[in-house]
Design a protein around this ligand. Structure first.
Ligand SMILES: [Mg+2]
Length: 183
């Protein structure tokens, strides 16, 4: 079978990692509880920033957010490695900017995820992921982002949503945890 994965906030806990960085940089102490209640993919609201300030903050910290010690979700690397051992093919589809693609790929490998050469896609918009998912004829695809998942209602691929506070309204099968997930 052919499995596709989004990376940020599907396999790795990027927003929470960014949340801790924001707290440090802004000299704030916003609680994790507030973060966990956010209904937006963007995290700036928790810090009292507006959209523009939030975008500025995110972009100025992008490399630190992407390439430091962001943890994978518990069980995520084991899950994907087990798929490879069982003979499945793995593809990564991330909307991270194309200029960060090689560095992201290396980082993902270092983190313990199995990556084959041509199986790593970057730099597309949310609504463009569907084209790659169709082209690759994926059997399964996993993502966290409503803007992506909303485009995938008519694909033959079996789509799962990684459970997050901002995607509770998305009505498709859910991955609550990678530790005990079975497809
Ligand atoms: Mg994501």
């Amino acid at each position: 079978m052919r499995f596709g994965f989004d990376i940020d906030d599907t396999l790795i806990n990027l927003r929470e990692h960014a949340f801790h960085i924001y707290n440090k940089k802004l000299n704030q102490n916003v609680s994790l509880e507030i973060f966990q209640q956010l209904k937006t993919v963007e995290i700036h609201e928790a810090f009292g920033l507006d959209k523009e300030q939030g975008n500025q903050m995110w972009n100025s910290l992008l490399e630190e957010i992407y390439f430091t010690d962001c943890p994978a979700f518990e069980g995520a690397t084991d899950f994907v490695n087990r798929l490879v051992q069982d003979g499945h093919e793995i593809f990564y589809i991330t909307s991270r900017p194309a200029n960060y693609c090689p560095k992201t790929r290396n980082w993902v490998v270092q983190k313990g995820f199995p990556v084959e050469d041509a199986h790593f896609y970057c730099g597309m918009q949310d609504h463009e992921k569907i084209n790659i998912i169709k082209e690759l004829k994926l059997d399964f695809y996993f993502d966290d982002k409503p803007a992506v998942l909303e485009t995938l209602s008519d694909v033959p691929t079996k789509v799962f949503v990684k459970d997050q506070s901002y995607n509770q309204h998305v009505n498709i099968p859910r991955v609550k945890s990678w530790v005990d997930f079975n497809f």
